[in-house]
Design a protein around this ligand. Structure first.
Ligand code: GAL
Length: 682
């Protein structure tokens, strides 16, 4: 694994230089256990191939036992045991869990919800990033911890807090209100500019003083979408500022130790603009948990991994947390099927992870997460989970040479913009029950079904070299993006835009003159009205190639203004008008998808797009087999992950060697199995 920091040496010496192997481990909370268990833990870790643990994530109350009274004794002993066993430490700043004494002395550090109720003790996070008191106490704890462990040879990496923004996403308290006001004043400087940007003439909500600006507390109707969007922007930067404050303390004390913090890139609606956060870390880390039991949950996992790699600008990244089996927070929590733990872990690796870690090492006996799985479950080491954990450690050892390689620039890019997520969710639209994630995930999955590599990137990232750029639900677009997509298309690129893209500008104001205002000219169309469909309603459409598809969820009346129709409604109020369009732009094309297609139809449409863009799939294989490629200096490594319950035939067109089985690859991947194939560079 490559750590972008002066500290690469420290990690590199042990296990993170290219080809030297994966970081493998998990959150370790020894403070929940007796010292006898610590020794057993270290032995079991060795048995499982674990080489790193995240320590101290929620241990503030055990490290600073009273105001300015520190006790590092127990953690010193844990460090010693781990180090003796050759296990490195990702040391967490423990600020995710403020101690009881701090909340008792300063209840004002806690967040207040939109209706004015302050968070009490008993949970975690919960603090306000705008609280000066919290910041002071947190940074003192961080400095004490960093000073104490600066010279310890087991210290490999800093892990700042935990999922910042998870349980302290929004704060509506007075200190935040003052900070928000200052942020708004700095952004807009003049009241006229603010009133215009927030569309404040609506309901006569004009501000005659910046003092009237307030967070979007409970009101009986929707707030101004522009205000909500700005409150999201403010919240993301307030949380990031807290991360940066901790990071800067660590950098001053241990400049050679790299720093990360664990993201939750699939947290729906998220309050963090991770594209900006990623640039502030030395290595990007992500936490991922599969949801529910429905079959395509691996498709959401793949999207998560591709998005994490996009935030890392293609560099290897860390899977900081996933679960060894079930979680305990979904109502019904599915246990992992035999083999799923390995399949999920390697699916992250296939898309660029060089670290595979879990929450948590040993399943808790007590506390709020006692029924969340761990690498060592309640049943102990004699269990399916621990056997699979150990087998995974061995598998990671066998494929060690993959580390440090990276996925080459993909053929397709899919633009994901957190500003668009916020804008999309901030306003009441013709259909408010369409989740933002649905369309990006569906198209990403369709590209996967065709074995086309996809980078999930920010709209500000470079588009050069992509053959196809997908623009799904990019609700908010600025003029620069329009210009860049137009230049990309003129230069021979192929763009596919979906409905609910390019609708508003960066102040959340509708771009007038017909939808999608930002991309009307590029697409050669003009939409004059939305026609969402209800419940089970659907509309038949036929393509110019004669395929019959079904449209659902959303339709629009499109006027062609240069584009041609690729698929047309054959009944209903829009009968005869276009559902999918294509526009020739310079040397490229710009297509528009104005409705939702079912999986089979979307697969067909994506087939048409990749053919038009001249993309060659990575392999020939059934659609349920995920194929990715990581490239090293001498070899490529192809991952083939079979999600079918039968063996699958995979044709790479090249001889290859399966690192997992240690054999020449015979073209078959067993049901539910993963092949990691070393192939010569073409
Ligand atoms: C994560 C969190 C962990 C643990 C886990 C349970 O969001 O970072 O500390 O709570 O969820 O799934």
């Amino acid at each position: 694994m490559i750590i972008r920091s002066a500290a690469s040496d420290r990690l590199g010496k042990t296990f993170t230089t290219p080809g030297k192997g994966f970081l493998y481990g998990g959150d370790y909370n020894p403070e929940q256990w007796s010292e006898q268990v610590w020794l057993q833990d270290a032995e079991l870790m060795l048995q499982a191939g674990v080489n790193v643990v995240s320590l101290g994530v929620f241990a503030w109350g055990k490290l600073e036992v009273a105001d300015n009274v520190f006790d590092f004794g127990w953690m010193d002993r844990v460090f010693a045991i781990l180090h003796e066993h050759g296990i490195a430490v990702t040391l967490a700043t423990p600020t995710a869990a403020p101690p009881m004494w701090l909340i008792e002395a300063h209840p004002e550090i806690m967040t207040t919800d939109a209706s004015g109720i302050r968070t009490g003790q008993g949970g975690r996070l919960g603090w306000s990033p705008s609280s000066a008191t919290f910041r002071r106490y947190a940074l003192r704890m961080v400095a004490a911890l960093a000073t104490h462990y600066a010279a310890h040879p087991a210290l490999a990496l800093w892990h700042i807090s935990n999922e910042i923004g998870n349980e302290n996403g929004y704060d509506f308290g007075e200190e935040t209100a003052a900070a928000f006001r200052a942020w708004v004043q700095a952004r807009y400087t003049k009241l006229e500019v603010l009133n215009l940007a927030w569309g404040a003439n609506f309901w006569g909500h004009t501000f005659s003083s910046f003092a009237q600006v307030s967070p979007p507390r409970v009101s009986r109707t929707n707030h101004s979408p522009a205000l909500l969007l700005d409150f999201d922007r403010f919240t993301s930067s307030a949380l990031l500022a807290h991360y940066i404050a901790e990071r800067d303390v660590l950098r001053a004390i241990t400049p050679e130790v790299p720093i990360t913090t664990n993201f939750m890139v699939m947290r729906s609606g998220g309050v963090q603009d991770y594209a900006a956060w990623g640039n502030e870390t030395d290595v990007v880390s992500n936490d991922h948990y599969t949801i529910g039991t429905s079959a395509p949950r691996h498709e959401e996992l793949s999207f998560s991994a591709d998005r994490t790699r996009g935030i890392a600008h293609g560099a290897p990244w860390m899977l900081m947390e996933h679960s060894a089996s079930s979680v305990n927070w979904q109502g019904r929590n599915a246990s992992k099927e035999p083999g799923e733990l390995t399949r999920n872990s390697l699916a992250h690796v296939a898309r660029g992870a060089d670290a595979v870690c879990f929450f948590q090492w040993r399943q808790s006996a007590s506390g709020a997460e006692q029924f969340h799985s761990g690498m060592v479950p309640h049943a102990g080491a004699d269990s399916k989970v621990f056997r699979e954990v150990t087998a995974l450690g061995a598998t990671l050892g066998r494929i060690a040479e993959v580390t440090g390689t990276s996925l080459p620039r993909a053929d397709a890019a899919l633009l994901w913009d957190q500003q668009s997520v916020w804008a999309f969710n901030s306003t009441r639209k013709a259909a408010d029950d369409i989740p933002f994630h649905a369309m990006p995930l569906a198209i990403h999955a369709a590209l996967n079904h065709h074995h086309v590599s996809t980078d999930v990137i920010a709209p500000t990232d470079d588009l050069d070299g992509y053959r196809l750029v997908v623009v799904p639900n990019l609700f908010l677009a600025d003029e620069e993006l329009t210009a860049r997509l137009t230049a990309y298309t003129n230069g021979g690129g192929h763009v596919m835009v979906t409905y609910l893209s390019g609708i508003v500008d960066p102040t959340c104001a509708v771009i007038l003159g017909g939808y999608p205002g930002a991309f009307r000219d590029l697409l050669g169309i003009r939409v004059d009205e939305f026609y969402p469909l209800f419940n089970q309603e659907s509309r038949p459409i036929v393509t110019t190639a004669g395929a019959h598809w079904t449209a659902s969820d959303w339709t629009e009346s499109i006027e062609l203004a240069g584009a041609t129709s690729y698929a047309t409604y054959t009944s209903g109020p829009l009968s005869g008008s276009a559902a999918i369009t294509q526009n020739a732009v310079g040397a490229g094309t710009a297509s528009y998808l104005s409705t939702r297609l079912d999986t089979a139809a979307l697969d067909d449409f994506v087939d048409h797009l990749i053919e038009a863009a001249g993309i060659t799939p990575l392999a020939s294989a059934p659609r349920e087999v995920e194929i990715t490629r990581r490239s090293g200096s001498a070899h490529d490594f192809v991952f083939a992950i079979n999600h079918l319950q039968v063996d699958a035939k995979v044709d790479l067109g090249r001889p290859s060697h399966d690192l997992v089985t240690g054999c020449a690859f015979d073209g078959l991947v067993a049901a539910g199995a993963v092949a990691v194939l070393r192939v010569d560079r073409r």
